[in-house]
Structure formats: structure tokens, C-alpha cells
Design a protein around this ligand. Structure first.
Ligand SMILES: [Zn+2]
Length: 225
């Protein structure tokens, strides 16, 4: 009852379908060559989300682990498990306050950009770059990705700058989880050093180019470029 029109539509569709000769095969309509790739699917989703700034500015660099890139992609859309996001999905959370500063609600932008802890580490990293940034222009993850994507004129430096920026965001989430779930705090200096060492490891083991040594890296992330 009530399904007659659906059944008729299905019958009509099936009756107009004929099996051709040969072996069955799949064709992906998202890509020009008919072969499915994750990037073609991601680009399709990004096109549907034109209202979310930042997704199109992510550099899908092979130097950065794919799990980190996927995290950045979800974070700029506010789709990481913050207290605010979990509450919106109907999960019972003890408090919406940020567990680090206990001063504001914990959303993705707060964890990675707004929180004083995040701001201090970002300032440390930016001063290591030797980059003077107008922090007032960075209010959201999308702003930070735009800042990263449009920084400087040298592609090699911008690629390295991008890897460090993504390492910064990835680690801020890790520090937050460590604090929340294991009750282990991270000092600003300790967190900054952790980001430097992790990105150095990425570049050394996943990059195509030879990277400077550790001592040079600590002086400037652009050593050797
Ligand atoms: Zn906070």
C-alpha cells in the first residue's frame, strides 16, 4: 500500500535495462579516465560544500601522512570530535568547556586556533619560521589554511611551511586528547619541540629531497632551501 508508484517506476527502469555481451566492469563517472580514486571522490565532495572555506586550499602533499591530511580536511569542516560537535550529535558530554583553558566552549576552531595554549604554540612555531603574522586575521582553521596556502613566493618553502602547519594542527589535537583522556598535560615548549621533531621525521623519511641535519633544522625550518 502506497508503494505502487515506486514499484511501477522500478519495473519501468528494470524493463528498459538489457544485459550486453562481454564481461561486466565498473566505470567511475567522477574521473575522466573512468578509474576510481579517492582524490576524485574528495574533489566531488568539496564541490558540494562550496560554503565551507578552506577545503580547497588544503595541499595534499605526499610528505604529510594521509591520516593527518584527512584530519585537516575534517577539521576545517568542524567534523572532529570536540565537545560541541559531540553534543550536537546527541552524545552526552560532561561539559562543553575547553579542558585546557576552561574559558570557552570546545569546538574545532577553539582547540586548534583560539585556545591560549594553541595560540602560544602557534606563535612559537611562527617565530621559528621567522614569519611575522597578524594573528588577528586568523580566527578559524579555514583562515589558517588560507594563510598557509598563500604564504610567500617560493614553492619549496611554502610546501615545507605547509607540512609544519599541518603538523601543528595535528599535534594540537593529540595534546588535547592526551590531556583529556590520560590526564597528561603538555607544556608549550615541550609541545613546540614535539611538532618540530615530528615534521622533521616526515620530511626526512617521506620527502623526495635531502633535508638539512637536525641542528640546522632547529635553527630554521628553511635551512638548505
Ligand atoms: Zn581552550
Amino acid at each position: 500500500m502506497g508503494l505502487e508508484s515506486d514499484v511501477n517506476a522500478l519495473t519501468s527502469e528494470v524493463s528498459g535495462t538489457y544485459l550486453g555481451p562481454g564481461v561486466d566492469h565498473w566505470i567511475c563517472k567522477l574521473s575522466g579516465d573512468g578509474i576510481f580514486s579517492v582524490s576524485s571522490l574528495r574533489q566531488f565532495i568539496d564541490k558540494l560544500q562550496v560554503s565551507i572555506p578552506g577545503t580547497s586550499e588544503i595541499l595534499w602533499s605526499w610528505v604529510v601522512p594521509i591520516k593527518v591530511l584527512c584530519f585537516i580536511w575534517r577539521a576545517v569542516q568542524g567534523r572532529i570530535p570536540s565537545a560541541v560537535a559531540l553534543e550536537k550529535r546527541g552524545t552526552l558530554v560532561n561539559s562543553l568547556w575547553c579542558s585546557s583553558c576552561i574559558g570557552m566552549n570546545e569546538c574545532a576552531d577553539h582547540i586548534l586556533i583560539d585556545c591560549p595554549f594553541a595560540t602560544q604554540i602557534r606563535n612559537n612555531i611562527l617565530s621559528w619560521y621567522g614569519v611575522r603574522s597578524d594573528q588577528s586575521s586568523i580566527k578559524s582553521i579555514g583562515d589558517f589554511l588560507h594563510f598557509t596556502a598563500t604564504w610567500g613566493n617560493c614553492n619549496s618553502k611554502r610546501e615545507r611551511f605547509t607540512a609544519i602547519s599541518y603538523g601543528l594542527l595535528w599535534n594540537l589535537r593529540r595534546f588535547r586528547n592526551k590531556h583529556l583522556f590520560r590526564m597528561e598535560g603538555t607544556l608549550v615548549r615541550q609541545g613546540t619541540e614535539r611538532i618540530k621533531s615530528m615534521v622533521f621525521y616526515w620530511l626526512k623519511h617521506m620527502g623526495k629531497n635531502v633535508i638539512c641535519n637536525w641542528e640546522e633544522w632547529l635553527v630554521s625550518p628553511f635551512s638548505g632551501l
